[in-house]
Design a protein around this ligand. Structure first.
Ligand code: HAM
Length: 421
C-alpha cells in the first residue's frame, strides 16, 4: 500500500521551522498590540454567500478559488479565502463599533484558495491581518499601512516596496469604469477570454490581468475620474505616510483582486518574490462592505500579510529569533533508572524548566550525543545512587562542567544557566 501523501497545495510545519514561524506571528501580535489592536478569532468556514457578496462574484477568488461545500443540513459553506468579511461580520454582529470607534482588531490564521499551486501560492496558507472598523479618517488608513511597515521593520526585513493608490468613491469608480469600457471596447479582439467577460462585469479587473498583451500601459488612469473629496482624502493619507517617514510609490494600476475596496489601496512588494507572487501583503479601505453584508453602513480599513511569503523572505535574509537553547534533556543512566529520571524531569518542569525525558535504551554516549544534536543546553543524569539520594548530576554541554547535587539545587543551577547567568 503506498503511503498517504499530503494534499496538493498544503504545507507541513515541521519543528525545525516552527520557531521562525512563531517568531513571525508573535512579532506581528506585538507590533499590532503596540498600536492598540486586540486579537479576534473567527470561524474557518462561513456562509458561501458572505464571500459572494463581500469578496465579490466577479473576483478570481470567488469565481475560481473557493473551497465550497454543502453541510449535512444543506447549508452552502466555504473555507475562508480571506479574513476581512468574517472579521467585519463578527465585529458588527456583536455591535462592538457602538461602544468604541474605531474597533481595532488583529488576527492570524489559515485561509484557503484553490489557486494553481506554485512557489508562494498554496491551497492552504496563513495570513496575519488587522482591521480598523467604524471610522472614516485618513489617519486610520495611514495607521494601518504604518502597522504593516513597522511589522516588517521589527522582523528586520529590508528591500520592501510600498505601493499605494486610491480607487476613489463609488461615483469616481463609475466614471473610471466608463473610461475603461470606452478604452477597451474597440480592443476586445486582443483581450484574453477572461478579460472579455470582465469588461462587462468589472472592467477594473482588466488592469491586473496576468496575460495582458500590452494594453494596460495605454489604459486611462484613475486620476482624472477622481472628485475633489477623494483627491483630498488621498492627499492626506500620503502626507501622513511621508510625515511618518514611510517611503512609498504611487501606483495608479493597483486595483487589488477583491471587490470591496474604495479610496486607499496598498500592497507591500518584496524584490526577492518573483512575478505575480511578489506581494507580501496588501489591503485598503472598504467602506461599502458592511452594507453589502446586510449591516448598517460602517467604514473600515485593514490589511492581510501572507505568512509563507514572509517566512520565505526571512529565510532568504537570514532573519529569525535570537538563538535560544532553553531545553534540558534528562536521562536515566541505565534503562531501569528511567522512572527515577522521569520523576526528576517532572520536578524540573515544576520549577519552570523545559525538560525532555530521554527514555531510549541506546548506549549512554549515543544518547548524550543525541541530546547535544537536538540543541539541549544541559543534560541531567539520574543513576541508581542519585535516585536513592534524591539527587541528580547535571552537565553543561557547552563548558563540560558537571556537578551532582540535590534535585532542588540542580533546578536552581539550571535556571541560572538557562537565563544566561
Ligand atoms: P489579498 O491580497 O487577497 O488580501 O491577500 C493578502 C496576502 O495573502 C497576499 O499578499 C499573499 O501574501 C497572501 N496570499 C494570498 N493568496 C495566497 C495563496 N494562495 N498562497 C499563499 N499566500 C497567499 C486579502 O486577503 C484582504 N483580506 C486584505 C485586507 C484586509 N484588505 C482589507 N483588510
Amino acid at each position: 500500500m503506498p503511503p498517504i501523501t499530503r494534499p496538493r497545495g498544503t504545507n507541513d510545519l515541521l519543528p525545525a521551522e516552527s520557531g521562525l514561524r512563531q517568531w513571525v506571528i508573535e512579532t506581528h501580535r506585538r507590533v499590532a498590540a503596540a498600536h492598540g489592536y486586540q486579537l479576534i478569532d473567527t470561524p474557518v468556514f462561513e456562509a458561501t454567500e458572505m464571500y459572494e457578496r463581500g469578496t465579490g462574484v466577479g473576483t478570481d477568488v470567488v469565481e475560481k478559488e473557493m473551497f465550497s461545500f454543502t453541510d449535512r443540513g444543506g447549508r452552502a459553506l466555504t473555507l475562508r479565502p480571506e479574513g476581512t468579511p468574517g472579521v467585519l461580520r463578527a465585529v458588527l454582529a456583536a455591535h462592538l463599533e457602538q461602544a468604541h470607534r474605531p474597533v481595532r482588531v488583529h488576527y492570524a490564521g489559515p485561509m484557503f484558495r484553490y489557486a494553481r499551486p506554485q512557489a508562494g501560492r498554496y491551497h492552504e496558507f496563513w495570513q496575519l491581518g488587522i482591521e480598523a472598523i467604524g471610522e472614516r479618517s485618513s489617519a486610520l488608513d495611514a495607521e494601518v499601512i504604518e502597522v504593516a511597515w513597522r511589522f516588517y521593520e521589527a522582523l528586520g526585513v529590508t528591500g520592501l516596496s510600498l505601493q499605494v493608490n486610491t480607487l476613489g468613491d463609488l461615483d469616481d469608480r463609475l466614471r473610471y469604469r466608463a473610461a475603461l469600457v470606452e478604452y477597451y471596447t474597440p480592443l476586445q479582439e486582443r483581450l484574453c477570454e477572461d478579460c472579455r467577460r470582465r469588461l462587462a462585469v468589472n472592467p477594473l479587473r482588466l488592469l491586473d490581468c496576468k496575460r495582458d498583451s500590452g494594453l494596460v500601459s495605454g489604459a486611462p488612469q484613475i486620476g482624472p475620474s477622481l472628485g475633489p473629496e477623494s483627491q483630498a482624502f488621498f492627499a492626506e493619507v500620503t502626507a501622513l505616510l511621508a510625515a511618518a517617514g514611510i517611503p512609498f510609490q504611487l501606483n495608479p494600476r493597483l486595483v487589488r483582486g477583491l471587490d470591496y475596496y474604495a479610496h486607499t489601496t496598498f500592497e507591500l512588494w518584496h524584490e526577492s518574490l518573483q512575478g505575480a507572487q511578489n506581494a507580501l501583503g496588501g489591503g485598503g479601505r472598504y467602506d461599502g462592505l458592511a452594507e453589502v453584508l446586510g449591516f448598517p453602513a460602517t467604514p473600515g480599513c485593514g490589511y492581510a500579510l501572507g505568512v509563507e511569503r514572509t517566512l520565505a523572505v526571512c529565510r532568504e535574509q537570514g532573519l529569525g529569533p535570537a538563538a535560544r537553547r532553553e531545553q534540558v534533556v534528562v536521562l536515566g543512566i541505565a534503562g531501569t533508572d528511567t522512572p527515577a529520571a522521569a520523576a526528576v524531569a517532572r520536578r524540573l518542569r515544576m520549577a519552570g524548566i523545559t525538560a525532555a525525558l530521554d527514555a531510549s535504551d541506546r548506549r549512554l554516549d549515543r544518547r548524550l550525543a543525541a541530546a547535544a544534536r537536538q540543541g539541549a543546553r544541559a543534560v541531567v543524569l539520574v543513576g541508581e545512587a542519585e535516585a536513592a539520594g534524591g539527587s541528580a548530576t547535571w552537565k553543561d554541554l557547552d563548558s563540560g562542567r558537571q556537578e551532582t547535587a540535590p534535585v532542588d539545587e540542580v533546578a536552581g543551577a539550571l535556571r541560572r544557566l538557562l537565563a544566561g547567568g
